[in-house]
Design a protein. Structure first.
Lengths: 80, 202
């Protein structure tokens, strides 16, 4: 079975990134979810991480300028 | 009978059909590449140091892509192919050499940022709202403060939605390195964000 950890929350913290990336093994995933079911403290932090990822992606998305778009179009090689 | 066929062939030499087919393929390639330009720019913007540099890089990338379109293998990931060109151009520009001797970036545990934000507020209720305490400027400058090696991976995977394998191909590093840099890079980013929030408070 899963091994016991001295500090289950610290262990859960270690598993957060791979959990959210869906790269934990099945056993590890179940272990993380068992802990999350009973630990609101960790659950909040997982939810925060999920929101943060979405938020960061939105915050750094700058639209391309219309002038750059025009310049790219002009780079096309004309047909003979 | 036979002579008619010869006459037809003289009018439309096999070369002409080949050239026409090639022109069609090239036009299609250019259109597909241009359709990805918003996504390419979004990633380039944070691989490069500034918006201006990003615009230059994207232009150079497309100029090169249009010239060497024949080396793209149809059916493979065109967006990754374009980003690979862009990354190589970025490295050719000597970006890596500008970097001061490798400093060890500060990195905290994964819960650190949440703990800092919660601490500065006292009664945290909704995790989704906690992120809103970070401004867009905080995030953009925190990302810029992450060292290149780590930032490149975050930008490709977390912002550009590339798979680990695509990121590994684009950066020409092993997939295990992608994963470890991503893991550490996110921690460095959160540490930078926590620092900027603490500065705002004081």
């Amino acid at each position: 079975m899963t091994q016991a950890h001295d500090d289950p929350c610290a262990h859960c913290e270690e598993m957060m990134q791979p959990y959210l990336d869906h790269i934990l093994t099945e056993a590890e995933r179940i272990e993380a979810e068992l802990h999350l079911d009973e630990c609101e403290w960790c659950r909040r932090r997982y939810r925060f991480e999920e929101s943060l990822r979405v938020y960061v992606r939105q915050a750094v998305s700058e639209p391309m300028s219309a002038s750059l778009k025009q310049k790219l179009l002009a780079l096309r090689i004309p047909l003979n | 009978m036979g002579s008619a066929t010869v006459a037809e062939m003289a009018e439309a030499p096999p070369d002409a059909t080949r050239i026409a087919a090639e022109a069609r393929d090239r036009v299609r390639f250019e259109e597909e590449a241009l359709a990805l330009s918003d996504q390419v720019f979004r990633v380039a913007r944070h691989l490069a140091g500034s918006r201006e540099e990003a615009e230059d890089l994207v232009q150079e990338t497309y100029a090169r892509a249009f010239r060497s379109w024949r080396s793209f293998q149809p059916g493979t990931n065109l967006r990754a192919w374009l980003l690979r060109i862009l990354t190589n151009l970025n490295i050719d520009r000597g970006r890596r050499k500008q970097r001061a001797p490798q400093t060890t970036p500060l990195e905290a545990n994964d819960y650190y940022l949440y703990d800092k934000l919660a601490e500065s507020d006292g009664a945290v209720t909704d995790e989704e709202r906690v992120v809103e305490r970070l401004s867009q400027d905080d995030i953009v400058s925190a990302l810029a403060a992450v060292p290149h090696d780590f930032r490149d991976v975050i930008v490709l995977v977390d912002i550009g939605d590339f798979s680990y394998q695509d990121a590994a191909n684009i950066l020409d590093i092993p997939i295990g390195t992608v994963m470890s840099r991503l893991h550490r890079g996110r921690r460095i980013l959160k540490r930078e964000l926590a620092d900027s929030v603490l500065e705002d408070v004081s």
